[in-house]
Write a protein that binds this ligand. Structure first.
Ligand SMILES: NC(=O)c1ccc[n+]([C@@H]2O[C@H](COP(=O)([O-])OP(=O)(O)OC[C@H]3O[C@@H](n4cnc5c(N)ncnc54)[C@H](OP(=O)(O)O)[C@@H]3O)[C@@H](O)[C@H]2O)c1
Length: 332
């Protein structure tokens, strides 16, 4: 039987989500890869236990995580039953709907029809009575935003979620969504954008300023750029990595990219951090960032990433060096 580490809450920093009453761990665990039907269940289970032992109380899902779609929610539901039975109130569990989940015109995007049905399916797969946070996974240009936000509000009023969030909405779309939800009486808790040293659209878009104005939190996904920001690719593509499996385009790793990653690795070493740790720290350097949402393929990676929290401050010189070496791609 799993007995959680008594030290777990001393080991983690918790940050307030915007101006809400909720706090999230500075590091959260996402279940996009390595928790599906193609994964080794005992490894997935070990990662959840390791995370919780380190004070990671927040686990992030979506309807389509797998493969096959839905299987990560099913696997996490099993782990909840075998290991976290009496611990529901110590966990913040999120899920999302927005991407293609089932055939036909009602299986994706932002209609009320799709969002409410998908939330019900996700609850069934996980065996949960409610999600702590339920997200609109992407902005739908063809559905009135009032309808999408109205569906999130209805999900909360039906007791199927405690809070709602949005993912990958621009600043302008975020302001509109937040205003609609505020009028409905269900504040928008949090935004989940992609953000890392190698993915900076949120800076150009002024997203954190907008979220501060709205009183919303921010949890950044892929802070390690899917593993690019780690030492693993500095000397080729190791077996078992995301690039080796084809889930991350190996073609990104050209000579110039590797030169830059090696440079970033040296900046991290001078800070006494692994490259992965510096990548997590970079995302968290702004106190308005609530949490860095990492993925992992092994429990040791979670331990390594938590080590980032020991130093999330950057000197002007370090930031300038990082700026010089950073490069962007739409592939992560
Ligand atoms: N809202 C959205 O649209 C959206 C989109 C994408 C992701 N997400 C969420 O964000 C979560 C994280 O995304 P992500 O998996 O792309 O995040 P990530 O943290 O950037 O990448 C995770 C990968 O990096 C490698 N890694 C992690 N820690 C490491 C360490 N300490 N040292 C060396 N390598 C390490 C592992 O790669 P290997 O597998 O190669 O070992 C791991 O699978 C997802 O699970 C999901 O919950 C949301």
């Amino acid at each position: 039987m799993y007995v959680p580490a008594p030290s777990r809450y001393g080991a983690m920093t918790y940050r307030r989500v915007g101006r809400s009453g909720l706090r999230l761990p500075a590091l959260s665990l996402g279940l996009w890869h390595n928790f599906g039907g193609d994964a080794v269940h005992e490894n997935a289970r070990a990662m959840c236990r390791t995370a919780f032992d380190l004070g990671i109380t927040h686990f992030d899902l979506a309807n389509n995580y797998g493969p096959p779609p839905g299987s990560a929610e099913e696997a996490f539901g099993r782990i909840l039953r075998t290991d976290f039975g009496g611990l529901r109130d110590e966990l913040v569990i999120s899920s999302k709907a927005g991407y293609r989940m089932w055939d036909g015109p009602y299986g994706e995007w932002g209609s009320r029809k799709y969002l409410i049905a998908s939330c019900d399916q996700s609850l069934k797969r996980t065996g949960l009575e409610y999600f702590d946070i339920f997200y609109s996974h992407r902005f739908d240009p063809d559905t009135p935003l009032e309808e999408t936000m109205g569906a999130l509000d209805a999900i909360v009023r039906a007791g199927k979620a405690l809070y709602v969030g949005i993912s990958s909405y621009t600043s302008e779309q975020t302001a509109r969504a937040a205003a609609i939800l505020r009028d409905l009486g269900t504040p928008c808790l949090i935004h989940q954008p992609r953000y890392s040293i190698l993915g900076r659209w949120t800076e150009r878009d002024g997203l954190l300023d907008r979220l501060e104005t709205e009183g919303m939190g921010c949890i950044s996904f892929s802070p390690l750029a899917q593993g690019m920001l780690s030492a693993k690719y500095l000397n080729g593509i190791p077996a078992g990595s995301r690039a080796a499996s084809g889930k991350l385009a190996a073609s990104i790793l050209n000579d110039e990219a590797i030169r830059r990653l090696r440079g970033l690795n040296e900046v991290a070493a001078a800070r006494g951090q692994s490259l992965a740790q510096m990548a997590v720290a970079y995302v968290l350097r702004d106190p308005r960032m609530t949490s860095a949402l990492v993925g992992a393929s092994r429990p040791e990676q979670i331990r390594d990433s938590v080590g980032a929290l020991a130093n999330t401050a950057f000197s002007a010189g370090e930031l300038a060096q990082i700026e010089e070496l950073a490069f962007e791609s739409e592939d992560w």
